[in-house]
Design a protein around this ligand. Structure first.
Ligand code: DHE
Length: 528
């Protein structure tokens, strides 16, 4: 059945069903918009986006989830539909006023806050196949550790790419708007995706099969997988929770409310695995704390020499696995980067100011002056003149900052052609690759930094006039793969030594690509 036909037949049924089964807290508001607009929404949109706007086969239509979609683009999408998706065009069936009113509706918060706790999370889980029944060897001959998982945002698909032949092995649909790096099981067999709408998916790469999905939040930031592969922790903007999942089948284990002693709750900016500590570290957006959640048998011991006025406070009566150890700070710590030993996190506060926190003592140990808005989640590290350094691109200023991770001094601010987004390198290449994603004039350029001299040595234009972003290397570091961020985009593969193009592969807005080996070996040139 065609998508427009589904749109015609299902709405009334969905509305009836929705009003019968949805909890009161999800009721669609008819304020401050007119009942007419709601009727238009229920007739044309609810079947895919949910009677409650929380999403269905289509994405959630709530202001928090639409933050990155500008209103004129929303109007265009409703009028013209969205290429390569199920979203039909309504320009012929709705008036301009109805389309404007619908746009207003989707940018209006729900009057009643929807609840998304353990019951709703559990009910959302879909187990497509029992993972343990699938063969435990790859169904293809390509090197399973030199595969790339490519996220194609253009039509919400992912491609598994053979990293030796640079040929796609399979391509499959994903949930709408995946964001953040997918995470892998320690053997590289399973990959876990998170979508902005809170869907987490487990995919068996060896069997090219989707195993299970669960909606862990309504507006999700990212997820982390424990170094032993047993757990996933999902960081949510809405509701203000961290959700622990059992990676075997994505069953929910625990929903942790994120709040401080006064009861003030917080969005979670991001969560990462700290393998040597056997814990997850979570950065909080609205509370000046960083949380450590252990998945070790016993919670990790805290430094004996911790100051008597120790500022670690017990966590909210939550006991057992994932009981948060709360480290209180003077300033907010948004996204962050670990030092090589995972003893420190280097984070940026809301204003972009950097601070270093010792995770063992729970104390801030240094301030680091940083210009603009550093993008620490995209930081990489290497050894420079015998010292561990990290480098971060900057979302606001045209600069890459290189910081000594022993003294926490800035060694160099490398001027770039404009603000960037992603940075990558590899142990076996002398270069770090950085894009100029956030500069309208120069966003088709990739700049190559020599890790020894900290100078820009070359500029590449993979596809002049088209946005170039996000590099990833093959497992041996010999080739670098760059994305062309267009609906009809491509991957451009470079010889990482000669910096010559060796191949181009058509893709639908390939946002990020992730090499299995580099990810599971925690290559210093890649993000956590
Ligand atoms: Fe991302 C990773 C935050 C906007 C594409 N982004 C991340 C991570 C964080 C983050 C915390 C690390 C998570 C992880 O990998 O586990 N991103 C933010 C923002 O705060 C910001 C600026 C605003 C927002 O809307 O959330 C933002 N990000 C974007 C985009 O607009 C991008 C370009 C397109 C998109 O997908 O929405 C984008 N972010 C990415 C990608 C990664 C990512 C491709 C994974 C990078 C990697 O190599 O690991």
């Amino acid at each position: 059945m065609s998508a427009p036909l589904i749109h015609k037949l299902l709405p009334s049924l969905i509305v009836m069903l929705a009003s019968a089964v949805l909890p009161a807290a999800w009721a669609v508001t008819d304020k401050p918009l007119t009942a007419d607009t709601n009727k238009v929404y229920q007739t044309h949109c609810a079947s895919c986006h949910g009677a409650d706007r929380l999403g269905g086969t289509g994405p959630a239509l709530l202001p928090g989830n639409l933050g990155r979609l500008r209103r004129p683009d929303a109007i265009k999408t409703i009028t013209e539909g969205r290429q390569a998706t199920q979203m039909p065009a309504y320009g012929a069936s709705l008036t301009a006023q109805e389309i404007t009113a619908l746009t207003e509706l989707i940018y209006t918060p729900l009057v009643k806050t929807p609840s998304w706790g353990m019951d709703e999370i559990r009910a959302s889980r879909v187990e497509h196949v029992k993972a343990e029944n699938l063969p435990s060897k790859p169904v293809f001959t390509a090197d399973p550790l030199n595969l790339f998982v490519v996220v194609e945002l253009g039509d919400h698909h992912a491609t598994i790419l053979d990293g030796d032949k640079f040929e796609p092995i399979t391509r499959f649909p994903t949930r709408y708007a995946l964001h953040g790096g997918p995470k892998f099981s320690p053997d590289g067999r399973y990959v876990y995706f998170a979508s902005r709408d809170g869907w987490v998916a487990k995919y068996d790469i060896w069997n090219l099969t989707l195993v299970a999905e669960i909606r862990a939040g309504i507006n999700t930031r990212n997820l982390a997988v424990s170094s032993d592969g047993r757990f996933a922790l999902v960081a949510n903007y809405f509701p203000h929770t961290l959700v622990a999942l059992d990676t075997r089948d994505l069953s929910p284990i625990r929903v942790i409310d994120v709040k401080d002693d006064s009861g003030k709750s917080s969005r979670v900016s991001a969560v990462y695995d700290a393998a040597p500590r056997k814990s997850f570290i979570a950065a909080l957006k609205d509370i000046a704390e960083v949380w450590e959640l252990s998945y070790a048998e016993k919670t990790p011991p805290v430094d004996a020499d911790r100051a008597p006025d120790n500022r670690l406070t017990p966590g909210l009566g939550v006991k057992g696995p994932f009981a948060p150890r709360r480290i209180q700070l003077d300033d907010y710590l948004d996204d962050f980067f670990f030092d090589p030993a995972y003893d420190h996190v280097f984070g940026s506060s809301r204003g972009g100011q950097g601070q270093v926190v010792n995770l063992n003592s729970g104390r801030k140990t240094a301030d680091v002056g940083l210009p603009g808005l550093p993008h620490l989640g995209s930081g990489i590290s290497w050894s420079y003149q015998g010292r561990p350094v990290m480098a971060t691109p900057n979302l606001k200023d045209g600069v890459v900052s290189v910081i000594d991770m022993k003294s926490w001094q800035t060694i160099k601010q490398i001027p770039t052609l404009g603000p960037g987004f992603f940075m990558r390198s590899h142990e076996k290449t002398p270069y770090a690759w950085v894009d100029v994603f956030n500069d309208k004039k120069n966003n088709d350029v990739i700049q190559i930094i020599d890790k020894k001299t900290l100078e820009i040595v070359k500029q590449l234009k993979p596809s002049p006039g088209k946005i170039a972003a996000h590099t990833e290397f093959t497992r041996d570091g010999k080739y670098a793969v760059v994305s062309i961020w267009e609906i009809d985009g491509e991957l451009v593969i470079y010889d990482a030594v000669t910096l010559e193009v060796v191949k181009r592969i058509k893709m639908k807005k390939p946002s990020g690509k992730y090499n299995v080996f580099n990810k599971i070996s925690r290559s210093e040139g890649t993000s956590h």
